[in-house]
Design a protein around this ligand. Sequence first.
Ligand code: ATP
Ligand code: MG
Length: 499
Amino acid sequence: MQEDVLEISGVSKRFGGIQALDNVHFSLARGEIHALLGENGAGKSTLMNIVSGIYPQDSGSIALNGETVDLRTPLSAKRRGIIKVHQELQLVPEMSVAQNIFLGNELVSRFGRVDFETMVARADEMLKSLEAEFSARIVTRRLSTAQMQMVEIAKALLNRFTVLILDEPTASLTMRETEQLFKTMRSLRANGKSIIYISHRLDEIFEVCDRVTVLRDGKYVGAADVAAMTKDGLIRMMTQRDISHERFNATSNATDEIVLSAKGYSDGRHFHDVDFDLHRGEILGFSGLVGAGRTELMRAVIGVDGKVAGELFVHGVRVTINSPKDAKRAGIMLVPEDRKLQGFVAGMTNYQNVSLSNLRKFAKCRLLDFRKRDRAVDGITRALNVQPDDNILQTSRLSGGNQQKVVLSKAVNAAPEILILDEPTRGIDVNAKNEIYLLMKKLASEGKSIIMISSELPEILSLSDRIVVMYEGRVTGVLHGSDATEEDVIRRAIGGETT
Ligand SMILES: Nc1ncnc2c1ncn2[C@@H]1O[C@H](COP(=O)(O)OP(=O)(O)OP(=O)(O)O)[C@@H](O)[C@H]1O
Ligand SMILES: [Mg+2]
């Protein structure tokens, strides 16, 4: 019989009026990669926070190697070998990689001095075992997100972890970096380590996980071997309903009127000589590999990164946009990819955060008409099914996916004529994605124009009226959305074909 490293039995947790977890079970075997799956707000992060000692459960028990344990603090969980790699990486940017890995465990020489050289050598060894391609000597802030994750894992190795928790680690990784992470995970598994893996990307679960446990509304739904499951089967477990793969662009709201056009846009680094037109009522998809320059291009359009070469026209009139404020005045708004950092104010309620993007709408004799505001905000967040359905809650208290919906609600409240969405469904579960797609369609039908950057092909193909494909900063094709195929897009996205 395979031995369970971790056994969670009947764990419940309540936050105020919200039952985040209700009698949840979970068991993790030695040397397995176990996916934890569920819709936004299902309780995945809460369960992992309990296991890593961030807060205590209300009831239920946790056993490690057969022994019931009390994981009161992050430190006690860590001492017992449970390590969670935080989404917001917790490294000190100004320190070297080796210093970060050994932070709190510094090696000291016989003469009481910190033994930097030995730490570097050991850190390099660890990084090599993870097949990382950077030296422990370099300063941490120079690493990519993926590389920083690698440092966190190396740190976990130093602490001789038995259970590693990865909560949506691939959200900001490129395809290659994701593959690298999977390789690392497999080699850790081969060494008898156990990993709990949270991701909304079902493909990844089939690629790298052995077993899966599904939660729904804080309750345990079931566990299964991944090999015995299908994608549709998993979706059904998560949502208890079948999801249709709709082609939203079968009908289009795009008109002939051009609302925005860029000519010869270049920043000399990330994108070169880019032209595109956006029509009224159109959903224009931007596809490409991560790093193709799409984000930088759109940031340039709204004037974030200073001067670039090229011309921009709004309704045929040449405009100069030097700041997001200028962009807003021209009716253009960008919802960035990095929503956690830029999207909302932590201490504010959903009412405050959503209305912030356009307070003037709710003004009454220089005061705020709270009733009007609350009604408007409720209308928007309900259309997106933000859960829990109570906007008096602080946005920072919501689950990751629901926070993202609040940020989108904020953009809807601003009601710009041109809305640029960078990866609008990242971190959002399969079911909630549909709600966002319907919202985008609704905005388009009201005559708004939308640019959507997305790295998910099914999403690009199902929503875009036209698809602009970029490769290494250049446009390699503009396709008609409703009849484009995955292959058409991929070939251009890898620079294999240009039209
Ligand atoms: N600190 C907190 N205070 C109040 N409520 C919380 C807190 N943390 C989580 N919740 C609530 O508990 C529920 C479960 O949230 P959790 O973050 O565990 O979901 P999740 O499965 O990780 O979702 P996602 O996929 O969106 O990240 C949600 O309704 C959330 O609003
Ligand atoms: Mg979460």
